[in-house]
Design a protein around this ligand. Structure first.
Ligand SMILES: NC(=O)c1ccc[n+]([C@@H]2O[C@H](COP(=O)([O-])OP(=O)(O)OC[C@H]3O[C@@H](n4cnc5c(N)ncnc54)[C@H](OP(=O)(O)O)[C@@H]3O)[C@@H](O)[C@H]2O)c1
Length: 323
């Protein structure tokens, strides 16, 4: 019945070709038709992740696979309200507030007023406590969780080094590691030292002072969120590292090879959806055991400017897009 109260078309920020932030343009699409198992979401908020601007620029796997499927709507994080469900969907109803990690890695589609999603990708939120900040959680939070625990096998009492600890994934990983009883060595810029040392059991290392890396002790898990030559140089400074998990997929092989002789295991990873983990992460935010680092809330039409500022380093932290 509610279906007719929403328009037949919707707006989204999409790319018709790869390139600069200016390629992200406002486009109008027809309201999607649902297939079995799907729901339609009226998007309230989304967020920007580095993969969005890498894909927009034509870099990485999602861009390589989507070159012949443009225009493409970017974005994987959605927080919104269900406005339609396919007839076979019984666990969601119109009016439910949901959080989701949607269409990763090939489909995306969350820089949009309406988001079509498989119901299996969504977590139902308590309608009374919906907080737009949660839109910054799915991709970054799941990556942090899976990198530390599923792939990195971090245990209480171990020491984890997080390189890129002030970023979208790192700031969450740092807190999840502390909550799990680990000691944390956090690598970031001096500008973020105070932000990271608000938490107990954090040893801070300034990435611009590479000579200070020599003083880093034994590391059980090195969680590298930087990749490339920078990661290779940082890893070379530290003698005793048991396990490495490196996030940027484009450099994962070379970073792993660079430490093969001195670590017990080294691997890249690709985040995947897990609604149990996402529900747990959102519960942690709601009960204040996991803080989000939101620097800006902007209308989704400002996505090109936000991409430019994130890519140049002018802005750091999570940006929530609102609709
Ligand atoms: N494989 C996967 O499944 C997967 C999933 C998620 C993300 N990723 C990738 O992982 C990377 C991190 O993502 P993110 O969302 O956390 O990015 P982000 O929010 O852009 O954070 C990056 C952080 O890196 C820090 N940094 C810059 N140069 C550094 C250096 N030399 N040493 C240590 N830290 C440095 C910055 O800290 P300052 O602000 O202090 O300068 C910044 O806060 C991206 O490349 C992303 O594409 C991969």
């Amino acid at each position: 019945m509610l279906r007719n109260t929403y328009p037949a078309q919707y707006d989204a920020m999409a790319i018709a070709q790869f390139g600069s932030p200016a390629q992200l343009q406002l486009m109008r699409f027809d309201r999607p038709v649902l297939a079995a198992g799907e729901v339609l979401i009226n998007n309230i908020a989304s967020s920007i992740n580095p993969i969005d601007y890498k894909t927009r620029a034509g870099l990485g796997w999602a861009a390589a696979k989507n070159g012949d499927k443009l225009p493409m709507v970017l974005g994987y994080d959605t927080l919104g309200e269900v406005i339609e469900v396919a007839p076979d969907v019984s666990d969601f109803s119109v009016g439910d507030k949901v959080l989701g990690f949607v269409g990763f890695p090939l489909e995306a589609g969350c820089y949009a007023q309406l988001v079509k999603s498989s119901a299996a990708q969504l977590v139902k939120l308590n309608n009374g406590s919906v907080n737009n900040d949660l839109a910054s959680l799915p991709l970054a939070g799941l990556t942090a969780w899976q990198g530390l625990f599923d792939i990195g096998n971090l245990q209480a009492g171990e020491t984890v080094l997080i390189s890129g600890a002030s970023g979208g994934v790192g700031y969450l990983a740092l807190q999840l590691a502390i909550n799990a009883g680990a000691n944390v060595v956090a690598i970031a810029s001096l500008a973020n030292q105070a932000l990271l040392q608000e938490f107990a059991n954090v040893t801070f290392v300034d990435y611009n002072d590479i000579s200070s890396f020599q003083a880093i002790g034994d590391i059980d898990l090195w969680f590298d969120l930087i990749g490339g030559d920078t990661a290779i140089k940082q890893l070379a400074q530290v003698g005793h590292i048991k396990r490495l998990v490196t996030l940027p997929t484009m450099s994962a092989d070379v970073v792993c090879q660079s430490v093969a002789a001195k670590v017990e295991s080294a691997q890249g990873m690709l985040v995947s959806n897990n609604t149990n983990q996402l529900a747990n992460l959102s519960a942690m935010v709601e009960n204040n055991t996991l803080r989000l680092n939101i620097v800006k809330y902007v209308d989704f039409k400002q996505a090109p400017l936000m991409h430019a500022q994130l890519e140049s380093g002018e802005l750091r932290g999570k940006i929530v897009l609102t609709f």
